[in-house]
Design a binder for this molecule. Sequence first.
Ligand code: NAD
Length: 347
Amino acid sequence: MLHDFLARDFEQLVVCRDPGTGLESVIAVHDTTLGPALGGVRMRRYDDPEAAVRDAMNLAQAMTYKSAVAGLDLGGGKSVINAPADSASRDELLAAHGRFIGSLGGRYIPGADMGTGAADMDLLARYVPRVSSRRDPSRFTARGVLRALDAAVAWSGVGSRRVAVQGLGKVGTHLVELLRARGTEVVVTDLDPARVRRAIDAYGVEAVPVDEILSTDADVVCPCAAGGVLTEAAIDRLKARVVIPGANNVLAADADADLLVARGIVFVPDFVANAGGVIACEAEVKGTDEGINAKIDAIGTTTTAILEEASRRGTDVVTVATMLAERRLRERRSQRPYWQNAKSTIA
Ligand code: NAD
């Protein structure tokens, strides 16, 4: 794990334990070149503590790239609470985690993520200088996903008559609403049958079983549930020609980006397509929504530029989007005074 931490240029990894409450958590600060590291607090059970560290690190790194590509003055971080199955008090765990975040003095700004919500951020705000997502960012995320979808469809010339949405949580439901409002045929699924029923009643969508959504007959697929769903087998079975993720880290392995290229499937990296949420969080932290829609709508322009560049270079879009993010980080580092930037000055 330490090797991974060093090899991937992480700034800080905090492994936290509070025997009083039973808290076990991890805070990963990947990079603060562009600003404080903003990212959600994920609360779930990990049977293997190393898996919790890996998850925090992967998600934190994606946040750095997400904010960099979206042009925000934010770095990338994430934290995870390994929630015990028999937790005595959820609030006590959160408060203990909040005290650890507070000890970082504002380098990491927490937000809501899987297993946490706006009310939890109110609680964390007692312990940390700044929190985000006290306002639910999901509708902004869905707006950005739609902009990425429109740009990818226009660029590829593929239709978007029928769109499949995996997951009817906060993002998936907002996306379904936007798609149905423009008359798109939508096919959905969710692990929770009640959510599927509500979507059928509210939006007149079609539903398929959970294990069929990624291979269903559709022009576009939007994974809006868990990460890691685009496995080699799932990519083999995709019928859609365009994949636009609302969820984070949807590729099961980095090499899967090449498989998508090989199958001629147009893919927009998650950290580009779902940046609407972090754009909304930045606005919240800054205390103004001025320019928020323009920033979210720019996800469309960025999508086109990345697809264009990937096609020109004959490479995959994740490589191109990562290069774009790293270029912005390099530029910012080169503008910093030398004492803040040891790497560039000590030869
Ligand atoms: P959520 O918890 O509200 O909803 C997730 C939904 O997916 C739930 O309804 C759940 O039952 C369903 N689900 C889980 N596994 C499934 C599966 N295998 N098949 C079908 N359905 C499944 O979460 P959310 O806020 O809507 O976020 C969805 C994803 O988008 C997450 O990966 C999250 O990290 C990512 N994301 C969210 C935001 C945001 O603004 N909320 C921003 C960026 C990224």
